[in-house]
Design a protein around this ligand. Structure first.
Ligand code: NOJ
Length: 540
């Protein structure tokens, strides 16, 4: 059956950094409303907002204290309703981020749970251990143990996979599952079109009373808390319940460690029954050139191009509608991470977004924005540790910080660059996140330049929505070297996307003559395409 999201091109907005309308340095919902015409002209038709619920902002909104209200920094419920209405007027759909694996420790459920062992909310969370002994050696993704002492001093601990201020919910408890459905209904009843489901692969945990083998304590123990079989059962119930009540709802699941087999289980109507899955497994990195004398955590690295290519072709050939993205709020921006120059940043865009699947464009990607340079990472222990180790190994502090800014996820969350005013048109006051990048060019300055990123992305997005690129089959063409060449075909139409990341020119036989998009330099005659280094082309 045809669905609205078959042709979705999603634009990810990090609301805190998009547009500040009340000059407090934090982006807000009225700011997004103001920029809807820009988004319409860009050509996207679906918006995904990172969390906007009431939150102490320990993890920038992924720590939710009230799922039923908008964080006052970002606006009010009336602002949200206005945004939804306006977006719909522009024929755009809206997706909310949906955080169901954990809450903030300030959430009333948790606050009640730590008042008494008899609290009816105690079993909403995972308390375990006794006499001050942690149940196991598992580590949190944010460092340290997953276990934090029960503030009630019972000798028990509570489980947190992320920050200690983000206790995990106990999905074994049917009341938790029902409560999450009720929250989803609240937003869907308002007219929201879908949910980006955060960290759902972690809702099921193994038997808590076992260590992960080895002598490390604490140790990341993913097999014990990621992609467990019960995830399918609980998400199946969640998805089917919502789809029965809201047949058009779009469910986009974040499955960071999913390979194609897991992704297909998550997409299977008998599995998690999601509509699309975001994996973090696309970008295999080349770790061979890292400095062994200090932590590799923030050491920049190249893309392992061959492995990346293999990953892409496997996803394209095995998963029905892969999610296509180059960066997001958890990853460095593509223009900083892998693209060596502007041409390559555009080539990665052609590579990724013209493939089969649903594109997600991270705000500012369409301007070729790079990471910002954050001067200080206040209170971030991993950064302090890294800088200490790197300077002990002989780097200067600036060199170490430069690495951090290339790699840290916060550096990809810089303010959107609208114009050339002091804070880039994002705000009149200093933004909540400090740091600039002078290599960036604002939307205003790109508007009338036919060769700008912005105009390139406009063309790309409109091409993406043509039948051939929206529905066509995908075939990788094996051209030797650091190249990426593929064909899309539908009935009697076909096109090729040819990209040369290599140092020398490449030649490809082709019968196509109609040039749809170009980056760099090429020659095309007598059935031969000559593509110079750092050049790409789309031919029909
Ligand atoms: C995934 C989100 O994308 C990330 O930003 C967040 O820190 C974790 N989930 C925890 O919610």
């Amino acid at each position: 059956m045809k669905k609205w999201y078959d042709n979705a091109v999603i634009y990810q907005i990090y609301p805190k950094s998009f547009q500040d309308s009340n000059q407090d340095g934090v982006g807000d919902l009225q700011g997004i409303i103001k920029r809807l015409p820009y988004l319409k002209k860009l050509g996207v038709n679906t918006l995904w907002l990172n969390p906007i619920y009431v939150s102490p902002q320990v993890d920038n909104g992924y720590d939710v204290a009230n799922y039923y209200a908008i964080d006052p920094q970002m606006g009010s419920m009336a602002d949200f309703e206005a945004l939804l209405k306006e977006a719909h007027k522009f024929d755009m759909h809206l997706l909310m981020d949906f955080v169901l694996n954990h809450t903030s420790d300030q959430h009333p459920w948790f606050q009640d749970a730590i008042k008494s062992k008899d609290s009816i909310y105690r079993d909403y969370y995972i308390f375990a251990g006794e006499n001050g002994k942690r149940p196991n050696n598992w580590a949190s993704f944010f460092g340290g143990s997953v276990w934090e002492k029960d503030p009630l001093n019972t000798g028990e601990y509570y489980f947190h996979l992320f920050d200690k201020h983000m206790p995990d919910l106990n999905w074994k408890n049917p009341e938790v599952r029902h409560a999450m459905l009720d929250i989803a209904r609240f937003w869907l009843d308002k007219g929201v079109d879908g949910l980006r489901i955060d960290a759902f692969i972690h809702v099921a945990k193994a038997d808590l009373y076992q260590n992960f083998p080895g002598n490390i304590d604490p140790v990341v123990a993913e097999p014990f808390y990621a992609n467990r079989p019960q995830v399918l059962e609980w998400m199946n119930e969640f998805s089917h319940t919502l789809k029965a009540e809201y047949p058009d709802v779009y469910l986009l699941g974040e499955a960071s460690s999913a390979d194609v087999t897991l992704a297909n289980d998550y997409l299977d109507p008998n599995g998690a029954a999601l509509d699309s899955v975001i994996t973090f497994r696309y970008f295999t990195e080349d770790l061979s050139k890292l400095n062994p004398n200090f932590s590799d955590q923030y050491q920049p690295r190249d893309l392992d191009f061959e492995a990346f290519k293999q990953n892409q072709v496997v996803w394209q050939q095995t998963v029905d509608k892969p999610n296509l993205y180059l960066n997001n709020h958890d990853l460095p921006r593509i223009a900083t991470r892998f693209a060596k120059n502007d041409n390559q940043a555009k080539m990665y865009a052609l590579l990724m977004h013209l493939q089969k699947g649903t594109s997600v464009i991270y705000y500012g990607e369409e301007l070729g924005l790079r990471n910002i340079n954050i001067p200080e990472y206040e209170g971030d222990e991993s950064v302090d540790r890294f800088v200490k180790e790197a300077t002990e190994a002989g780097l200067t502090k600036d060199e170490a910080m430069d690495m951090v800014n290339q790699m840290h996820r916060l550096a990809s969350r810089g303010p959107m660059l609208w114009d050339d005013s002091p804070y880039g048109g994002f705000s009149n006051v200093e933004p909540w996140i400090k740091g600039i990048n002078e290599q960036n060019v604002s939307a205003q300055d790109q508007e009338d330049d036919p060769n700008s990123f912005l105009n390139f992305y406009r063309k790309l997005i409109s091409l993406k929505q043509t039948e051939l690129f929206a529905k066509g089959a995908y075939r990788m063409l094996n051209i030797p070297g650091k190249t990426y060449v593929y064909e899309r075909h539908l009935d009697d139409q076909s096109a090729i996307v040819a990209l040369n990341f290599d140092h020398h020119s490449i030649e490809i036989d082709t019968d196509k003559t109609d040039v749809l998009m170009v980056v760099g330099d090429y020659e095309l005659h007598d059935g031969k395409l000559l593509l110079e280094p750092d050049s790409g082309i789309v031919l029909k």
